[in-house]
Write a protein that binds this ligand. Sequence first.
Ligand SMILES: [Zn+2]
Length: 123
Amino acid sequence: MAQDGRSKIAYLLERLAQGVAAHDRENPGHHTWGIGMSHFDIERLGLEEGEQILPGIVLQADGGVTGAFRVLCDGDHNREQEEAEEEVLDAVADEARELEVVRPGGGRGDDERELPPPLRPPF
Ligand SMILES: [Zn+2]
């Protein structure tokens, strides 16, 4: 069935969880409480500001650059980490946009050939 949206979000959540885990591993003294994204990214990914996107982690529009998410914590941040996460949102959002444009009627790209041919008069 049409589970493209689901798997896209599942992939995103996995990357967010990985980002949080990496951050917490490198900064064991920080308390992580949220994920920051630009409002534009939240919209294009179909997410909602303020939702609990991971257990104990709230999604927050932070006015930062688009295409990247930021681990929000009570500690000092390292810009290197932010840059490392930057491709993730673009990759997910581009994929989402492609799926929307390529198959506006829904369904998957690989059963194109199973569509019935247009009906024609028999001569
Ligand atoms: Zn931190």
